[in-house]
Design a protein around this ligand. Structure first.
Ligand code: ACO
Length: 462
């Protein structure tokens, strides 16, 4: 059963749609409209009548069976006790996929799990798939679909984000907007009664709009199937996982949060490694890596070049590169080209120190030369904010040079400084060029790309 309708539905019905601000059935309608979904939207509510959301009037159908058209996706936002009947009606209507927002199922215990199983049985009888229950919805930016009750303005990009936790997922949604992380999709999978992490990997593996996948999970359902799928997908796209419940007490908390059996943590670590999955321990680390992994091409070799205007950040980046096992390029014949872009007291040895005098012209020339040399396989551009060069001008230079080069090799940026530095970082991230406020974060993200690439190369040979 394809899940295409979960991301590219031709029409969406909201069952439990409401005209009352503050209700979840209202927020979902509002997001669908305001994020610009271009398919048909239908409101379903036992009350019938008419509602107005975001200036648009909707006739309200009393059941989904009354909708005078085909419905691909039905978002269910009615109290748990009404859900079984609604699922049955959706089946009769020929709906393809059901994100069930409602809570009050498997997370409550055995009784709730049984109800969930029955919902799935009914859904499958009609060839439908269920997302959830106990979720905040789904976003797919290429289709301008925001069927969630989270923030509206999700930034389009190439990262698919899957979250088992609802509240954290919604929070991360807001955070990605603030931090300029572009998303292709955002899926809340909640209780995973039917669709699970492996199904999401299956879909994103061949989704041309997705470059990398980030999953927040507390427990794996169907561990073997998940690991096998992840291993196959990792050969094509990088997967980053935050697997919470590492400690004994954390695992207990996970069990009561989403009913997940967390299992021995060391087993996860080993299994993830085998499947090419990059395990992040914190949200910050996961998104740092995700920026680089979702946007950049794979390196064609191991030679990394660091360009900097500050000796200090150059040294810190070098330490991080050494610790991560990255190879800094040492061929002085090739590196000598950078002498053209620095005063005599600069150093063209890697890390290349353009010095505090480095202006727009110096960075432009150095970045261009590094991008053009086929022996330099990955570049880290570092910048300490000085009075010589506004960081926003540096961002413009990097964007122009990188785009002109055809983005054929990985390039990461770190800019240390104040408000202008933050603006420059945002400018770069909005263009899909990973930029960070600290050199180590840029280097570690580049290292995550190498780790995945090296795993892939090793397994290609096997
Ligand atoms: N068919 C169609 N509409 C129906 C039906 C039905 N069979 N039964 C009820 N409705 C309508 C009601 O008329 C009501 O409409 P109104 O808003 O115009 O009054 C609407 O459905 C909603 O029903 P209410 O009884 O008002 O329920 P309420 O909106 O308070 O809550 C909800 C419904 C949101 C599904 C709630 O039961 C629930 O499960 N909340 C939790 C959601 C959640 O947190 N999910 C996890 C997200 S992730 C996280 O943790 C943040």
């Amino acid at each position: 059963m394809s899940i295409e309708a979960l991301f590219k539905p031709r029409s969406v019905a909201v069952v439990g749609a409401s005209g009352k601000p503050g209700k979840i059935g209202y927020a979902i309608m509002k997001n669908l409209i305001e994020y610009g979904y271009e398919g048909k939207i239908y409101a379903v509510n036992v009350r019938g009548g008419e509602i107005e959301v975001s200036g648009r009037k909707f006739e309200v159908y009393k059941t989904i069976l009354d909708v005078p058209d085909e419905v691909d996706m039905a978002v269910i936002v009615v109290p748990a006790k009404f859900v079984p009947q609604v699922v049955e009606e959706c089946g009769k209507k020929g709906v393809k996929v059901l994100p069930i927002i409602s809570s009050g199922f498997g997370e409550l215990g055995e009784e709730g799990k049984k109800v969930e199983e029955q919902l799935v049985e009914t859904a499958h009888k009609y060839g439908m798939r269920i997302l959830g229950p106990n979720i905040f919805g789904v976003v797919y930016t290429p289709a301008k679909l925001n069927a969630t009750f989270g923030p509206t303005d999700v930034l389009p990009g190439k990262l698919a984000l899957v979250s088992q936790s609802g509240a954290l997922g919604i929070a991360l949604m807001g955070w990605t907007i603030l931090e300029k992380v572009g998303l292709s999709a955002l899926v809340s999978i909640g209780n995973k009664s039917d669709l699970d992490d492996a199904d999401m990997l299956d879909y994103f593996e061949n989704d041309e709009n997705t470059g990398a996948i980030l999953i927040y999970m507390e427990g794996v359902k169907g561990g073997r199937k998940f690991m096998e799928t992840a291993k196959r997908v990792s050969m094509k796209k990088p997967i980053i996982i935050i697997k919470a419940g590492r400690s004994e007490r954390g695992a207990k908390a996970a069990a009561s949060h989403t009913g997940s059996l967390a299992g021995a943590d060391s087993i996860y670590t080993a299994a993830f490694k085998q499947s090419g999955i990059l395990r992040a321990l914190t949200i910050g680390e996961a998104f740092d890596w995700a920026r680089t992994l979702s946007n950049l091409p794979e390196p064609e070799g191991e030679n990394v070049v660091i360009l900097t205007n500050g000796g200090g950040i150059g040294v810190m980046a070098t330490d991080a590169a050494e610790e991560e096992g990255l190879k800094l390029y040492d061929n002085l014949e090739d590196l000598k080209v950078f002498a053209n872009h620095m005063p005599p007291f600069g150093s063209y040895k890697n890390p290349v120190d353009l010095t505090g005098m480095a202006d727009a012209k110096a960075y432009e020339g150095a970045v261009r030369d590094a991008l053009a040399n086929p022996n330099m396989h990955a570049i880290a551009v570092l910048y300490c904010q000085t009075a010589v060069l506004d960081p926003r001008d540096l961002a413009k230079i990097v964007i122009e040079e990188y785009e002109a080069s055809g983005k054929k090799k990985p390039l990461v940026v770190a800019i240390v400084g104040g408000i202008e530095a933050k603006e420059a970082i945002d400018m770069l991230n909005e263009k899909g060029i990973p930029a960070y406020p600290e050199p180590e974060r840029a280097i570690k993200s580049l290292s995550a790309l190498y780790k995945w690439h090296n795993w892939k190369m090793k397994h290609k040979k096997e």
